[in-house]
Design a protein around this ligand. Sequence first.
Ligand code: SAH
Length: 213
Amino acid sequence: MKNTSKHEGLRNQLAKQLEEKGILDKRVLEAIKLIPRHLFLDSSFEDFAYQDKAFPIAANQTISQPYTVAFQTQLLQVKTGDKILEIGTGSGYQTAVLVAMGAKVYSVERQNELFKTTKALLPKLNIHPKFLSFGDGYKGLPDYAPFDSIIVTAGAPIIPKALMAQLKIGGRLVIPLGKDKQIMTMLIRKNETQFEKHEFGECRFVPLLENKN
Ligand code: SAH
């Protein structure tokens, strides 16, 4: 599949819709305009790739809805050079958005099939995260910690302690919290022991599962 001016036009329209839905961070919108979402999906979804919807990817998982990607990314207040940990690489689309914003991205995926596919795809699109890991996101990546921010892209029943420990002071952890449906939750680390909690309404994600598969 190619990335044509038709796709670019559709991306501009998508970015406009996201702005109307309240995404105001221009750098997030620029990244949405840049990343060819249709290349992260099976070719049968090409015609729908720029609708603001989630779609199935391999291993019974989903590529998040663009609004959700943009909303979570906006909460992170990404700055160029930020070191960001992503839990749930999936299709790699969220990873690509963060890389396009100049972040150094470390991403963990527990499904081996998705891990392998996405690791092969991203360099072909000239997208270079710092590190893609096959593992259990509940554990984070202690060897690479601390992180400026952490984004979890699956529904977590609890906030994993390991992730809180791997956040820099002043850093932000954005996580959909809950079982069947989730509340988008953000923790800001105030100091060694204190975290400030913010909640942003309901959302629905595939579950954050334990161990590798
Ligand atoms: N960011 C992805 C969203 C994928 S859906 C995208 O833009 O496409 C959530 C992903 O989290 C799935 O790929 C799922 O396999 C993965 N996941 C679930 N539990 C996990 C865990 N414990 N550790 C790492 N990844 C996990």
